[in-house]
Design a protein around this ligand. Structure first.
Ligand code: ZN
Length: 410
């Protein structure tokens, strides 16, 4: 369509220009956010950061609610976290006035996570700027994305644009979103399009398709015995586990969309005792519900009858379903590309085996774009970095995209 990839009116041009003017303010926000440690297992830091965002969202006119977190399965690697599960913040933007002619406005759900993988005692703890590049814990995953989301909302508010939006912020994305999954699903059902602020692909691109992910554990039972005096009466749980692991290793078929990884493992209490207990944790990735079912069935088939020795018990939780490239996602991605090109930057599309909360939102029925955050790299490492220029660029992209997506029936 000729002229599709240009800014279409005065308000879009204003949003783009105003985003550029706010570049310094966005960097300062990022400095503040990155300076607050929010490791997944550090509730004090998460609570403090959640308060900061609550105030920012209330200043945008939102009503904020904290939804209590649900417990996570205690068999997961790392066990159940100590203390109460963290709450999930749900902010509801001011309702647009129902004027005649507004038509059916689409309700947009912005989604992000507060937690990072960087422990608070790490020496990697603040934003260090060098030209247009900065390093810092969580700078791109995803505090840069949170800055982008807040400024996009602020740009729209200051331009007088009335858009129906909510924002959901959890504190356990890096550990699987078990505490927040129910809240994510509830909000997904109440909205028409989802925008997640995970980092862009290294080339600045948008992920349009993701594999799903699941966790499992093999709990193996044997019979303990003294190695020297009574070896023959022992049954090794570690050997049982090893045999099961060999079978698991044969389940992977990346070309077919199935990946299985095992580790960590544990078993035994000493070298002179036949071990009666062993466990192996693992992670599966799958390209479709059919591959998830196939993997689930293969894992379940390793189970032995209750209380048998040797015995294998399989526990699993495939809580992040695959996120396919649906027609609705395709339409949103094309809309994002049109805006990006109008702002002067190409927007390539990509596919990844990585998962995020977009997997959960889309599984609950919400068409979702999930890499609208900052450009950068070194995710989950002490070299994590962000391209500071991407903050105003992406804030403009998101503000214009939100306005177009919300615009009512086509
Ligand atoms: Zn992330």
């Amino acid at each position: 369509m000729p002229g599709a990839n240009v800014l279409t009116d005065r308000i879009e041009s204003h949003l783009a220009a105003e985003a550029r003017r706010r570049s310094g303010a966005m960097t300062e926000d990022l400095r503040e956010f990155v300076g607050m440690p929010t490791f997944s297992g550090y509730p004090e830091g998460l609570d403090a950061f959640r308060d900061v965002l609550r105030r920012r969202l209330e200043a945008l006119g939102a009503r904020v609610e904290l939804v209590p977190g649900a417990p996570r399965p205690d068999w997961l690697w790392g066990g159940a976290a100590g203390g109460p599960p963290p709450p999930t913040l749900v902010a509801r933007g001011p309702a647009p006035r129902c004027e005649a002619g507004l038509g059916e406005r689409k309700r947009l759900l912005l989604s992000g996570h507060l937690d990072t993988v960087h422990p608070p005692q790490s020496p990697f703890r603040s934003l260090v700027i060098s030209g247009s590049r900065a390093t810092g814990p969580g700078c791109v995953d995803m505090k840069g994305g949170l800055v982008i989301a807040l400024h996009a909302l602020s740009l729209l508010k200051d331009a007088g644009e009335e858009i129906a939006w909510s924002m959901i912020l959890n504190s356990d994305e890096e550990t699987g979103s078990y505490h927040s999954e129910a809240a994510l699903r509830e909000q997904a059902r109440a909205h028409d399009a989802g925008l997640v602020f995970e980092p862009a692909l290294p080339n600045g691109g948008l992920v349009v398709e993701r594999m799903g992910s699941g966790q499992f554990v093999l709990e193996c039972a044997g019979r303990a015995a003294h190695v020297g005096r009574d070896f023959a009466s022992g049954i090794s749980a570690v050997t049982t586990m090893a045999l099961a692991i060999v079978k698991v290793s044969e389940m992977s078929d990346p070309a077919a969309g199935r990946i299985v990884n095992i580790g960590p493992v544990e078993g035994g209490t000493g070298t002179n005792v036949v071990p009666d207990r062993a466990r192996a944790w693992g992670n599966v990735r799958f390209s479709s519900p059919a591959q998830a079912d196939a993997l689930g069935a293969m894992l379940d088939a390793l189970s032995t009858p209750e209380n048998s020795i040797p015995g294998v018990k399989v526990r699993r939780s495939f809580n992040r379903p695959a996120k396919p490239r649906t027609p609705a996602v395709e339409a949103m991605a094309s809309a994002a590309r049109a805006v990006s090109e109008a702002l002067g930057r190409e927007l390539p599309f990509g596919v990844t085996g990585g998962v995020c909360d977009g997997n959960i939102l889309q599984d609950a029925g919400l068409a979702t774009l999930d890499t609208l955050g900052a450009r950068g790299g070194g995710l989950h490492t002490p070299e994590e970095w962000v391209d500071l220029d991407s903050l105003p660029e992406r804030a403009a992209l998101v503000a214009v995209l939100m306005r177009r997506l919300a615009g009512g029936p086509e």
